[in-house]
Every structure is written in structure tokens, then in C-alpha cells.
Design a protein around this ligand. Structure first.
Ligand code: DC
Length: 241
């Protein structure tokens, strides 16, 4: 087994759309000193490129080519696609639906999983998506399945949309989210599923702080002597100084 100096830790967070994965994963990564990886943003970037190139989402061969050729760089909350900042462009309803459609293609998934494993092999990560604990890092030290009731997930997404100035209607948004969840959890290749060894957490009615603390407790229980864990302790002691 790797010693403390080289040990890398993977915290995998999976769950349906709107469960709060991104917000929580970003906060946890900051707290732990890990790299935050939003894998949904990667599928979104490929869908955006397809839209711009006029490639149909059901063109398996060309979609796989795009996924393999895409240069994707991630920074917390930002993404660059082929050198261009695409952070806002990937957040449209068209791209959300497109990402879920191209995510059923095995060749696209292979390309994305390869990139995700490369990142996870370089540093400790908090990685969130749909198949992180089941497929990308089945040996992740910590696996969380983060859920929330559908009404709450729609309400949270609606708030995010309204904050951006969008006038999306609640009924239409609920339908889009349900359709995406249905497609993401019924596809043949790496569907959204809770890994048998994942901890299930339903965040309905919980504050962000409460969810963060609940997951940190699990991280502490499972990762007791990693180098990164020390980083968290250091950050906490600096905070209290
Ligand atoms: O997390 P998100 O809503 O940004 O993800 C967009 C879509 O990408 C989602 O509907 C399904 C797909 N996806 C996936 O299939 N596997 C992942 N690990 C992450 C996202």
C-alpha cells in the first residue's frame, strides 16, 4: 500500500441532478485541500462542442471522436473546452439534455472515464457525477450517494436558474429533470446507481453546512492518516487562530 507521502484519496459523490453535488463537492474539496472535479461539466463540454459542430447526439462514431479529441481543463467552477472558457455556455437546458443523451454512448464514456482517472491519479480529488463510485473509482476511499426529494431538487434548480435571470417555468424544469434522471439511471452503460458500499445521504431539509459536516464525518472515519487529511487539520487550526 502507498505510504502517507504518496497516498492519494478519492472522495466520490454520485447522485441525481439537483441533489447539491456540485456545491457540496466544491466546499469539501476546499476544506480538504483536494482537487474538485465536476464530471458532469465534462459531458456537457462534449455536448456543447457537438452542438457547435452540428454533430447529431445519436451519431455514435462522431460523438466518440469528439469526446476523444476534446481538450478539457477544469478549475473550481470553471471549464475550458479546447482552450476557450465554456463555463457559462455549458449551463443551458439544451446542453443539459444533450449531455445526458451523449452520456449513453459507451465510446464517449470511455473517453471521459480515461480523462477522469488520469486526474484522480495525479492528486487527491473530490469527484462528483453519476458513476464515480461504481465505475470510475470503484476503490474510492469514500463514496457518497447524495440524494434529495424531487420537489426539493426542482426547487433548488429553479432558484439557481432565477438567480441567473432565467424565466424558466417550474413545470418545464421538473419535466426536464425527470427525463434526464430517467435516461441517466436506465442506460445500459454505467447508469446512475448507488455503489453497494456507498453511504446514502438524503439532503432534503438539510442546510449546506449540515450536509458538509455529515460528509466530513464520513471522510474522517474512513481516511484517518492520509497526507491530505493533515491538510484539512492544518486548515482548520489556521482558521481558528
Ligand atoms: O451533473 P450534470 O447535471 O452537470 O451532468 C450532466 C449530464 O452528464 C447528466 O445528465 C448525465 C451525464 N453524466 C454522466 O453520465 N456521468 C457522470 N459521471 C456525470 C454526468
Amino acid at each position: 500500500m502507498a505510504d502517507n507521502q504518496t497516498k492519494r484519496v478519492v472522495v466520490a459523490i454520485d447522485g441525481p441532478a439537483g441533489a447539491g453535488k456540485s456545491t457540496i463537492a466544491r466546499r469539501l474539496a476546499q476544506r480538504l485541500g483536494f482537487t474538485y472535479i465536476d464530471t458532469g461539466a465534462m459531458y456537457r463540454a462534449v455536448a456543447l462542442w457537438a452542438l457547435r459542430q452540428g454533430v447529431r447526439f445519436d451519431d455514435l462514431h462522431r460523438m466518440e471522436q469528439l469526446a476523444m479529441a476534446a481538450t478539457i481543463e477544469l478549475a473550481p467552477g470553471r471549464i475550458r473546452l479546447n482552450g476557450e472558457d465554456a463555463s457559462d455556455a455549458i449551463r443551458t437546458p439544451e446542453v443539459s439534455s444533450g449531455a445526458s443523451q451523449i452520456a449513453v454512448i459507451p465510446g464517449v464514456r470511455r473517453a471521459m472515464v480515461g480523462k477522469q482517472r488520469e486526474i484522480g491519479e495525479r492528486s487527491s480529488v473530490v469527484m462528483e457525477g453519476r458513476d464515480i463510485g461504481t465505475v470510475v473509482f470503484p476503490n474510492a476511499a469514500v463514496k457518497i450517494y447524495l440524494d434529495a426529494d424531487i420537489e426539493e431538487r426542482v426547487r433548488r434548480r429553479l432558484e439557481e436558474e432565477r438567480a441567473k435571470g432565467s424565466t424558466v417555468n417550474a413545470g418545464a424544469l421538473a419535466e426536464q429533470m425527470k427525463e434526464r434522471d430517467r435516461r441517466d439511471s436506465t442506460r445500459a452503460d454505467a447508469p446512475l446507481a448507488q455503489a453497494p458500499d456507498a453511504t446514502y445521504l438524503n439532503s432534503t431539509g438539510m442546510s449546506l453546512d449540515e450536509v458538509e459536516e455529515a460528509i466530513l464525518k464520513i471522510v474522517r472515519a474512513r481516511v484517518t492518516n492520509g497526507k491530505e487529511y493533515q491538510k484539512e487539520s492544518e486548515a482548520r487550526s489556521q482558521k481558528s487562530e
